[in-house]
Structure formats: C-alpha cells, structure tokens
Write a protein that binds this ligand. Structure first.
Ligand SMILES: [Zn+2]
Length: 425
C-alpha cells in the first residue's frame, strides 16, 4: 500500500505519545524568489510528500523550516546538496524541543483554573475553552454564543458574536482560529480578543466605538479534535482526525482543513496523498469542520466586510490568492488595509508584521481565505500568521500568549478605524 509508509516513520513511546526522537529540524535558506521556487519544487516531489514543512522561506526575513524523519534525511540531504540549496540542521532531535516546551509550560499547569474561568498564562484544554465560552455567554451582555456544529469526533464547535444588538443589524468582521491543530497561539489569541471585548466594553469608549460600527463573529477553535490530539498524543499534528483518507484501513488519518474549501480545490500547494500534511481530502467540504464554518459564513456573508483566519507562525498578513501567481484586481486595496494593521501590530512590542501575497509565501489551493474572497465575495480576506519568526515555531511558550494577544487586539482596533474611515469616505 503506497501510503502505509507513514506508519513506519512516526516513533511512538510506550504510552502512545509521538516522541520525534532523531527527527531533524532543517533550516533552508533562500536569497531570492528563484531559490524559494527551487525549494518549493524540491519539497513537492512525491518522494518528499510526507515531509512536514513548517514554513517556506522568506528572503531577508525568515528561513524555511522542515521537520525530517530519520528515514528521509539521507535522500533530502542529497537533493539539497545537488541543487545548491544552503541548509543547516538546527535541531538534531525534535524530541529535545518538545521536552523543553513541556518544561516551560509546567508551572502554570500545576495551578488549577476554576471552571469557566480563563487565564492567559497557559494553553487551555478543549473542555476549559468550552466551559469559558458557556460561562461567558451568561455573564456578558454583548456576547451571543451559537453552537454551530460538531467535529468528526463529535466535539462542539462554537461561534461567539460580539455585538451591541441582539439582532443582526451591523456589518461584520469574521475571525476564526485553530483550523490547524498545532497552532495553539492562534486559539489563545482568538480567546484573548473575546475576553478583551468582555472586559473593556463598558469602561472604554474606543471599544464602544468599535462596537458601534461592527459585530465581531469569532470561532476560536475550528478543529477541536486535532487540538485535543496535539495535547494528548502528537504535539505536531496539523490536520483534522477524520478517516476520509483511509484506503482499506491502511492509510492515514486527517485532512488539512485549510485545503478543503471549495475554491480551486485540489490545486497547487495541496496534496491528494492522505498521509501528507497538506492532504486536501477526497472532495471539497468533505469534512464536517469546514462545512460547519462555511455554512455559518454563508449565512452572514452579506454583512461580512473582513475575513481573518488566525494561524501561526511568521508574523504575516497573507493576501489572496494562493492557487495562482495572478493577483486579484483589488490587490492594492488589500495591501493598504494590511499596511495599517501591520503598523499597529508591530508597534506594540516592536515585532515586525508585514503584508505578503499568498503565492510569495507558498502556493496553497483550497484555503479558507481564498474561498472567503473568491466564492463569498468578502473583499478583505486574509490569513494571519501570528508570532514568531521561527525561534519557537509552533511551540510558543505560554509567557508570550498575552503579548501576542495584545498585538492582535491593537491590530484589530486599527483595522476597525481603517474600515470606518473608508466608510466615511
Ligand atoms: Zn496554519
């Protein structure tokens, strides 16, 4: 069976936790766009379709990062040398990095969190997130919680609308997070935004001004199954946990939900190998999580002015489209808005956030932001890559949760101001 190879690659400890012992973390360097394309071509070879590409390189900003199982390292090294692609082995055993991350989060996890409360000194469990949202919906006069559907394993997916009116009366800004399981900081950031609205809407006039123009539709955890799997079993899991890619029970689990949307589905930057981390799924919207998200967006699409999908990492506002090198006609409008938000986001702690076109980062077809713009007609649609630039990768320590949230909060208020100015002409 072609895809059965993956089973040989993952090393699991006795208690069933993925260990990643002797998985190398390679940094790939690109001086220009030509080298970026060369790296992309190499990594898209069928031989390497099961490599875990964490990030593509951005010349002058960030190196590419790839997690390489011991079995694939000799072949990859040979190709890198043959193609003159500079690289270093940044980490010799990914297990060491994962062990360090567990140590960093240890002290906060020892302090218990009362049910229904939130804390930004730790990453929450699915249950803690659900308890918080349910509690908040009872306490918060501007929060309207909707159970919008269930994941493959039956977990609830929630949307919270933050708005002054109980009825839908205003334009909306959509934010979702956690479509990729291991990108924990996207989830904590969405929760931070929700909590800021709750804490500040009575006391701060500028927050009231935000709410006088827009409703905020926030889905803080799109992929709860994947998220729980990263907490219990495999910290590096990216996809959903469905069995749609199974082939006579021999194949791999999960779909890359951010390749499963019905807009140029199956195009470049997605994979039809169920064992790939970029597996697009058997058909567009084959997954309950993407169907839930899409049907909710469709219901309010006429009101939505902005779509933001929170991800990590790279500190980027990624502009559609990802399936083509062609820019949309209103590309510069999207750059202008992103410039304004990036200035605000960068200035909080002097961390650089910048806009970038999707295809310059890496090609990706069937993404949520492309569908939001191309199929739903939401003009300002972006993928946001939050912290960092590749020091912690997906393992951002809990000590940075609050700062990352503050950056996004500042960015969001700049976005609202920009949109209000546009409206006022
Ligand atoms: Zn992501």
């Amino acid at each position: 069976m072609l895809y059965a190879a993956m089973c040989l690659l993952k090393l699991f400890l006795a208690e069933g936790v993925a260990s990643y012992e002797r998985y190398r973390l390679l940094k790939l360097y690109a001086e220009d766009q030509e080298m970026v394309n060369e790296i992309e071509n190499l990594l898209s070879l069928p031989t390497f379709s099961e490599l875990d590409v964490w990030n593509g390189p951005r010349p002058g900003r960030m190196n590419g990062t790839v997690s390489v199982p011991p079995t694939l390292y000799p072949a990859l090294k040979k190709q890198l040398v043959a193609r003159d692609i500079p690289f270093t082995v940044a980490v010799h055993s990914l297990k060491d990095l994962l062990d360090a991350a567990v140590l960093q989060s240890g002290s906060a996890r020892r302090r218990t969190l009362p049910q229904g409360f939130i804390s930004f000194d730790r990453y929450l469990t699915y249950q803690q997130i659900e308890d918080y949202l349910l509690t908040l919906s009872k306490r918060c006069s501007i929060c309207y919680l909707t159970h919008i559907g269930r994941s493959f394993e039956g977990r609830n997916i929630y949307m919270i609308r933050i708005g002054r009116e109980s009825k839908l009366a205003q334009d909306g800004i959509w934010i979702d997070a956690g479509i990729h399981a291991r990108e924990w900081a996207s989830i904590s950031t969405a929760l931070y935004i929700i909590h800021q609205f709750y804490e500040l809407h009575e006391s701060e006039e500028w927050v009231q001004t935000m709410l006088s123009s827009y409703d905020f539709y926030i889905v803080p955890l799109v992929n709860p199954d994947g998220y729980e799997f990263t907490r219990t079993t495999d910290r590096m899991w990216r996809k959903s946990r469905s069995h749609t890619g199974w082939d006579d029970g021999q194949s791999c689990i999960g779909v890359d939900l951010n390749r499963n949307f019905d807009y140029y589905f199956g195009g470049r930057g997605s994979s039809n190998n169920p064992c790939s981390n970029f597996y697009t799924g058997p058909s567009a919207f084959s997954e309950p999580e993407t169907r839930v998200l899409a049907s909710q967006i469709e219901k309010v699409r006429q009101r939505l002015r902005v779509y933001l999908a929170l991800h990590t990492y790279g500190q980027l506002w990624i502009i559609p489209y990802g399936h083509t090198y062609r820019r949309p006609a209103d590309y510069l409008d999207m750059v202008r808005l992103a410039n304004a938000t990036c200035v605000a986001q960068s200035s909080v702690f002097n961390k650089s956030y910048i806009p970038v076109s999707s295809y310059e980062f890496y090609l990706a077809a069937g993404t949520a932001k492309d569908w939001a713009k191309g199929a739903m007609g939401i003009k300002y649609s972006y993928t946001l890559e939050l912290r960092d630039l590749g020091d912690y990768h997906f393992l951002m320590p809990p000590s940075e949760i609050e700062d990352t949230g503050m950056e996004m909060w500042s960015s969001l208020s700049a976005l609202v101001e920009y949109m209000r100015d546009l409206k006022d002409g």
